[in-house]
Design a binder for this molecule. Structure first.
Ligand code: CU1
Length: 554
């Protein structure tokens, strides 16, 4: 077998067709499009909108907590943290990477023309926006005030009426999740290009596959949960009410049976993104590819067996507490394997600190801190002490924001040239990445300390002794707000003034980098034939290696 070295950045534009952006440009052509790339951009617009709505609720909360006497009415504060949670979880984090980058890049990375069901893909966007309208209705009317977990009997008996609107939004939103994940599973099974075997799939595609399996199996449970919530509230059937033979703990079991796997729904695609960025900017193949795929799939399976670690102090038996604690430690094993493999991939790499890489490195550090604090919470004795405090808030924000949102921004910068055909100003992007890291730690590290001191979460006020940590956290949040808004400005600028992007600006190895920037409607001028393992670089000159000549053929 001959091994040839090709600098793909120097390859000519493989197609002269107009790009997916310019091929047709009426409003109708967008609203009824079946092109996965356009639908990805439409999802991007929707979730960016909700990211800023959820962020505004967070800003109000941090503003309120800058002083012990607060700024908001306690009842308003309750609605703010509830709506912040609901919007960030279901309207940003869960759809974020799959619906935008998954939608755009899974077909490109496996050499397909589109997803398996383009109409279902479009329908998913409409259903998502319908659920978004319902959640906005709930928010504008005053908002739910139960916390995003909708715990009973608060949600079934005592809470205001808009809790049902929020629950309905979550109910409808689930259908969008199911449609999108079903599409990914079928696409990855059926539409891979010749030669794209399972063990040649890019790890991002594996991440999307793993998350789709979890979404498909877990989301219907959430659908049933919200339905039962509505039934108990409307009809007074005492499913969760002891006076009518029900059990409030039943809600917690059912809710976390979905919502713990949902944590992995939010993190698995982010892991996929980082696994693309690290080898590219370290100029080394990813270490332990097979181990990475096994780790992804085992996380997705194990995620279904740990839910009651949210309920250690809810009155479950000590024996089940021990079992769920142990199972939670098991999940740490594949997660640790992934961190280890990323780190080893960096070792002896020729690392360049471009913006996507800065976000990916931030991901590894913050994910590790979030994971380690998760291990502390998985320990029964520690959890009894810090349950319901800011320690938990800090922990899950390290995972959800520090890790997932960093990966989202990493992906945005990594693939922006391919999506738009434009380069962004690199220095601004690096500045935003570093600012994100600084702002994030300043916001959330003090919350570990506050939790350790005993500050309860979901409280609008606190003793004056804790103000210094709260002021640090609120100060960090304002830095973070700037860091998240900056990319909006310079990426927007780049659309008009940015340099034209070459086919493969990072000299990456994925199939998405052999077609034009931006790609034509049909993705490829001819179906690629894959003849090589993923992430193969020539260590000598930093270009990538293909086997048997060109990587794609008629
Ligand atoms: Cu959990």
């Amino acid at each position: 077998m001959t091994v040839t070295t090709v600098d793909r950045a120097a390859l000519p534009n493989p197609t002269e067709e107009p790009s997916y952006l310019t091929s047709e440009n009426t409003v109708v052509s967008w609203l009824f499009t079946r092109d996965h790339k356009r639908i990805a951009l439409m999802f991007f617009a929707s979730i960016t909108f909700f990211f800023f709505i959820g962020g505004m609720a967070a800003t109000l909360m941090r503003l309120n907590l800058a002083t012990p006497q607060g700024l908001l009415q306690p009842a308003v504060y309750n609605r703010m943290f509830t709506m912040h949670g609901i919007i960030m979880v279901w309207f940003f984090l869960i759809p974020s990477i799959p619906t935008t980058f998954g939608n755009f890049f899974v077909p490109l990375m496996i050499g397909a023309r589109d997803l398996a069901f383009p109409r279902v893909n479009l329908a998913s966007w409409y259903v998502f926006n319908l659920s978004g309208l319902i959640v906005l209705y709930s928010l504008i009317m005053g908002g739910a005030d139960t916390g995003w977990t909708f715990y009973t009997p608060l949600s079934t008996i005592y809470a205001n009426g808009y809790v049902l609107a929020a629950a309905l939004a979550v109910f409808v939103n689930g259908f969008s999740s199911i449609m999108t994940s079903l599409n990914f599973v079928v696409t990855i099974h059926r539409l891979r290009a010749p030669g794209m075997t399972w063990m040649r799939l890019p790890l991002f595609v594996w991440g999307i596959y793993a998350v789709s399996v979890v979404m498909l199996t877990a989301t219907p449970v959430l659908t049933m949960d919200t339905l039962l919530l509505a039934v108990s509230r409307f009809t007074g059937v005492g499913l969760f009410d002891p006076q009518h033979g029900g059990d409030p703990l039943l809600w917690q079991h059912m809710f976390w049976f979905y919502s713990h796997p949902a944590v992995y729904i939010m993190i698995l695609p982010a892991m996929g993104v980082v696994s693309e960025i690290i080898p590219c900017f370290a100029r080394r193949p990813i270490f332990g590819y097979a181990g990475m795929t096994i780790a992804l799939m085992s996380i997705s399976i194990l995620s279904f067996f740990v839910w009651a670690h949210h309920m250690f102090v809810a009155g479950i038996s000590i024996y089940s507490g021990v079992v769920f604690s142990l199972m939670t430690f098991f999940v740490a094993v594949p997660s640790a394997i992934k961190v280890f493999n990323w780190t080893v991939s960096l070792h002896k790499g020729r690392i360049t600190f471009d913006a996507p890489m800065l976000y990916a490195l931030g991901f590894i550090l913050l994910f590790t801190l979030g994971g380690l604090s998760g291990m502390m919470l998985a320990t029964l004795a520690v959890d009894v002490d810090v349950h319901g405090t800011y320690f938990v808030v800090a922990h899950f924000h390290y995972i959800m924001v520090g890790a997932t949102v960093s990966a989202f921004f990493g992906a945005l910068h990594y693939w922006w040239p391919k999506m738009t055909g434009r380069m962004y100003p690199e220095m601004w992007a690096r500045f935003a990445a570093i600012l994100t890291y600084v702002g994030f730690n300043l916001t959330f590290f003090p919350q570990f300390i506050l939790g350790y001191l005993g500050m309860p979460r979901r409280s609008y006020t606190y003793p004056v002794d804790w103000q210094v940590w709260n002021v640090l956290s609120s100060g960090g949040a304002s830095i973070l707000a700037v860091a998240y808004t900056l990319p909006l400005l310079y990426l927007g600028w780049s659309l008009f003034r940015g340099k034209r992007a070459p086919i493969n600006p990072w000299r990456a190895t994925g199939l998405e980098w052999i077609t034009s920037s931006p790609p034509p409607k049909q993705n490829f001028s001819h179906t690629p034939v894959v003849t090589r393992e993923p992430y193969r670089y020539d260590p000598e000159d930093g270009t990538f290696v293909t086997q048997e000549g060109t990587p794609y053929a008629e």
